[in-house]
Design a protein around this ligand. Sequence first.
Ligand code: SAH
Length: 257
Amino acid sequence: MKRSRIGQNFLFDPLIASRIVEQSGINRDDTVVEIGPGHGMMTRLLAERSGDLIAIELDRKLFAGLRKEFGNSGNVTLLNMDVMKYDFGQLGPFKVVANIPYYITTPIMFKLIEGENNLRSMTLTIQKEVAERIVANPGNKQYGVLSLMVQFYGKAGILFTIPAGAFKPRPKVDSAVIKVERHSKPPVDVHDRKLFDKIIKKSFAGRRKMISNTLKTLYPDIKSIMDEINIAATRRPETLSMEEFANLANKISEQHG
Ligand code: SAH
């Protein structure tokens, strides 16, 4: 497979690598998973700072190099496989720290946050533009499905940004390190999670349209439903808070469930 196609942009600045590991907040009690260790720039630091480290690398050549350096000894377990096929459900409490391959940023994140597993936090280097969408708030033009899905799952923040020039080969975009810490309980009360997701996705499919217009084919009584929960029928999706989406979904589930 062509390397650029599997998102291979290696971090070569050791200071940035150690900053990421430090700010991830991991310690000797933690089981840590690294996705796409590459040449092992962060792997060394992670192995020193974690209890157990599981490093999952798809590329066979890179894997061979990692095995030379780390063996399968000590606290490092190396796996030569596609992270999308890894069963995170088999782990006890764990944290993810990774500079992930950008062609599968959202699939990896959704696998982690939607799967049944014991993930506690993830510290990920991703495209800056995606990071900004994740942490965006209502009223911001980057606010949308990704912001709501990730923020429902955990507290999300950008730790710092990394210029494209810190990687080799240089990627087309700047990067940012985000940290998402899983909520111990959901931040808003949602009665039907599937419906909540569906309402959000459907609403943002018509980003510039009024929600009442977008949803009226599915729910002909949408205007009166919105009226009952004090959300003006003229509102557009990017102005609704997570709590308002929860109220909306809960009310729809009451009337249509
Ligand atoms: N973390 C390293 C490398 C980042 S590049 C660093 O910071 O330098 C992304 C890495 O993910 C590459 O090593 C690439 O081979 C690996 N990778 C790509 N797709 C993968 C997949 N599906 N599963 C596991 N690793 C993958």
